[in-house]
Ligand binder design. Structure first.
Ligand SMILES: C[S@@+](CC[C@H](N)C(=O)[O-])C[C@H]1O[C@@H](n2cnc3c(N)ncnc32)[C@H](O)[C@@H]1O
Length: 207
């Protein structure tokens, strides 16, 4: 991901964001401009409105949100396919909750519970454009009717990502056959990479 506040992007060997190596290299070299280094306020407000609801967090990165949920006693699983991301996430959760983080690919992972909601932050926009249909299909498979896909979506076409922004019409076309949009809010505490281009959306799985 590029960040205008960072003067230069290191030369990386891996150029394919569909591979764990791409993300591993960036975590290992501490080039993580998407990392909020904390819990976003919209996430916290949503989680407080849905206490005790089981949460799956795909592409968790450093997993600040999973650590916060675990401290509340909320059932949570955070997954990432990059071993270096999993190491960072487990460090956030600490020894007591480290087992709540698994190294796994979202497209094949089977969670140990049926999620009441799945949290999205900087995961959809991390995927190559060709995987967007797979994302929607996997969300449909994982979430039963009434369950929620909630989190931050990054807008505006950005072909040279990640982050890959999405046009609003494309996202709506992808998800509305299966989900009803029930919340759509501006975000107050975006970090530089996402400022002015992300919104909090909550999608409810249709019956
Ligand atoms: C831009 S980072 C965002 C991390 C975190 N969600 C955050 O907000 O800081 C994208 C993350 O998704 C992970 N990822 C990408 N594709 C994945 C997949 N198919 N399965 C699991 N994790 C994946 C990457 O390893 C990376 O940690």
């Amino acid at each position: 991901m590029s960040d205008p506040t960072q003067p230069s992007i290191p030369a990386f060997a891996s150029r394919d964001p569909n591979s764990p190596e791409f993300w591993n290299e960036r975590f290992e070299r501490r080039y993580t401009p998407w990392d909020q280094a904390g819990v976003p306020s919209a996430f916290r407000a949503f989680a407080e409105r849905h206490r005790d609801a089981a949460v799956l967090i795909p592409g968790c990165g450093s997993a600040y949100e999973a650590a916060w949920l675990a401290q509340q006693g909320t059932p949570v699983r955070a997954i990432d396919f990059s071993p270096a991301a999993v190491t960072a996430a487990r460090a956030q959760l600490g020894a007591q909750h480290a087992q709540l983080v698994e190294q796994a690919d979202f497209f094949t992972y089977e969670p140990p519970f049926t999620p009441t909601w799945i949290y999205e932050r900087a995961f959809f926009c991390a995927l190559p454009l060709a995987r967007r249909g797979d994302y929607a299909q996997r969300m449909v498979e994982l979430l039963p009717p009434g369950a929620l896909l909630a989190g931050f979506f990054f807008f505006g076409a950005t072909p040279k990502g990640p982050p890959f922004g999405v046009e609003r019409g494309e996202l709506d076309a992808l998800l509305t056959p299966y989900f009803e949009l029930i919340e759509d809010e501006a975000v107050a505490d975006s970090i530089a990479v996402f400022t002015g281009r992300e919104r909090w959306l909550t999608w409810q799985r249709r019956a």
